[in-house]
Design a binder for this molecule. Structure first.
Ligand code: SF4
Length: 214
């Protein structure tokens, strides 16, 4: 259980974030834990939708990938074991025609924006356009005050940690900090900020009250 002053602080941030995302035509919802999240997803996933996911440690930690696999949906499963690189790229493309994309985000800010860096780019491309709906699931550790803090989080945490996870031979794996490398192993190609959306409520941000992913 969260300490009472931290709980109060979180509720203040919750109100501010909901308002900020609404002002940018996105919805924002806080859920306490995995159980509440799955309850929400159960309601969303029971309609035989075509579903795609963005590459995400958060989704794997929460068991969302297995939850989708067990749901009554047409899942474009990028994580299926044994598929070739070509097949994976085909699934990335197919994802643009999904009814729903479920993904995480590298960072989100108190003014209601999402920040991500991608290598292949399929995840950020589908967040921007293609899937009819996008659900973004993020832990508390992804909340940043502003753009400067979001970029610092990505350069000092998200990107180096992902490079480590993928066994890349990049400088950040040794230094723990982005060195803006020109390595052939570089995983950072597209830096994307999602701000005010023309399509109202296409993007729904769900913040789960624990630290997840990076
Ligand atoms: S640009 Fe290179 S050094 Fe910077 S985080 Fe990405 S892979 Fe690491």
């Amino acid at each position: 259980m969260m300490e009472k002053n931290l709980e109060t602080l979180l509720r203040i941030k919750e109100t501010q974030l909901i308002k900020a995302f609404e002002a940018n035509n996105m919805t924002c919802l806080f859920v306490k834990d995995k159980e509440e999240l799955m309850h929400y997803l159960r309601g969303v996933l029971n309609l035989q939708k075509k579903v795609a996911v963005g590459g995400s440690v958060t989704l794997n930690q929460l068991g969302v990938i297995d939850f989708i696999r067990e749901s009554d949906v047409d899942f474009i499963d990028r994580y299926e074991e044994g598929i070739s690189r070509d097949e994976m790229m085909n699934r990335f493309r197919e994802g643009f025609f999904a009814d729903l994309l479920i993904t995480s985000t590298n960072a989100l800010t108190m003014d209601g924006c999402l920040y991500n860096v991608d290598g292949t780019g399929n995840r950020v491309a589908a967040m921007i356009f293609g899937p009819k709906e996008v659900i973004v699931i993020a832990g508390l550790n992804k909340i940043c005050q502003d753009e400067e803090e979001a970029i610092a989080h990505i350069r000092g945490c998200s990107a180096p940690a992902n490079a480590m996870r993928l066994n890349k031979k990049t400088p950040c794996v040794k230094t723990g900090q982005c060195n803006d490398c020109h390595s052939t192993d570089r995983i950072c190609s597209s830096y994307v900020k999602l701000a005010y959306q023309g399509q109202v409520n296409r993007i729904k941000v769900i913040i789960i009250e624990e630290n997840l992913g990076y």
